[in-house]
Design a binder for this molecule. Structure first.
Ligand SMILES: [Zn+2]
Length: 348
């Protein structure tokens, strides 16, 4: 768990280092040609900031004010906003004279409608919500949210990580973060469904209700229908259970992808052509990219950082995205990230 934290803070430091360098390069006029043809952005929660002592998911959260500033910045940087589902046609047309910015929001949070939608509407920016079928119908839970609440509410708990019931100390922020990392790696390495179910059972013992959390945080089918009355909004698939697809059998992974497209089609009457892999990192790979293509997904996105190249060989079911997250909420950062330079520097 300590390694996870170290790795995360290193990753953050490297990205921040890249940001600093790219700002300097921007100032020196070395930006030209580095940004590819544009970028796809990832958001999760968009809501006013609530300061909490223990906020392990803070990186998944931006404020509406930041989103507003980011859109203003991208507009003044000369970006044109595009819906994700329009990307194949845009690439086929081959006119890349103006860079494009595409906005996506993962998981289907209610605050996306409440706090992000008005901002997108004001700027006339299309946006795609990647909806997790099991969150929409409340048959599955958000383990990272359940975990944050369970660990934040208690000074110690007991849990069986596989070697019997053990005491997990939660007296300080450091202990809570260490526990969060331990649970996260337990979920990422064991049977994900079983590990999440065990977490849910533990949470209920400590009066944290995982079902209430998914109910409170995520949109219902009727809310999705209402959202789609806004012509700027569209929906994409994000599986049913939000499990790491690469760790499932091919049949299970296929079922997760098609299941999410089916569930959205049942709600909206339209089959989505876009999809986002849960977690989006190494927990999806070539097999999943192929499965997505196979079932008619036109555009699928990862969370591998990077910009769009416009290259004809670009894999449309494995596109990189730029995460706009809680670590660096300034418009200059958005400019720098969209430039693609930080990602190039990371590879050096
Ligand atoms: Zn997700």
């Amino acid at each position: 768990m300590i390694f996870n934290r170290l790795r995360n803070s290193l990753r953050r430091a490297v990205t921040t280092g890249g940001l600093e360098a790219s700002r300097m390069m921007q100032k020196a006029g070395l930006m030209t040609g580095a940004r590819g043809i544009g970028a796809i952005f990832t958001l999760h929660h968009v809501r006013p900031r609530i300061d909490k002592e223990f906020a392990p998911n803070a990186h998944l959260e931006v404020t509406p004010e930041f989103l507003d500033a980011a859109l203003t910045q991208l507009t003044s940087d000369g970006y044109r906003f595009l819906a994700l589902s329009d990307l194949p046609a845009y690439l086929a047309a081959g006119d890349f004279s103006q860079p494009v910015a595409i906005f996506t929001l993962d998981d289907g949070y209610r605050n996306n409608v409440e706090h992000a939608q008005p901002v997108f509407t004001r700027h006339r920016v299309p946006f795609t919500l990647f909806v997790t079928g099991g969150f929409t119908d409340k048959t599955h839970t958000l383990w990272w949210e359940t975990l944050a609440e369970l660990l934040g509410n208690n000074s110690e708990i007991t849990f069986d990580f596989g070697k019997g019931e053990r005491l997990v100390p939660l007296h300080s922020s450091a202990e809570r973060q260490a526990a969060f990392d331990r649970f996260a790696s337990h979920i990422a390495t064991g049977d994900e469904a079983q590990a999440v179910e065990a977490l849910n059972r533990a949470a209920r013992r400590y009066r944290v209700d995982p079902d209430l959390i998914v109910e409170r945080l995520t949109l219902h089918a009727t809310e999705l229908q209402t959202l789609l009355l806004n012509p700027l909004a569209s929906l994409g698939g994000h599986t049913i259970s939000h499990r790491a697809l690469a760790r499932l059998t091919e049949d299970e992974a296929l079922g997760e992808i098609t299941g999410s497209l089916d569930s959205i089609e049942a709600i909206t009457g339209q089959r989505p052509t876009t999809f986002a892999y849960p977690y989006g990192d190494h927990r999806a790979g070539e097999r999943e990219y192929r499965l997505a293509r196979q079932v008619g997904v036109a555009v699928a996105v990862t969370t591998h950082p990077g910009v769009l190249t416009g290259d004809v060989t670009e894999e449309l079911t494995a596109l990189p995205r730029i995460s706009l997250n809680g670590y660096y909420q300034t418009p200059e950062t958005v400019s720098a990230l969209a430039s693609g330079i930080p990602f190039r520097l990371r590879k050096i």
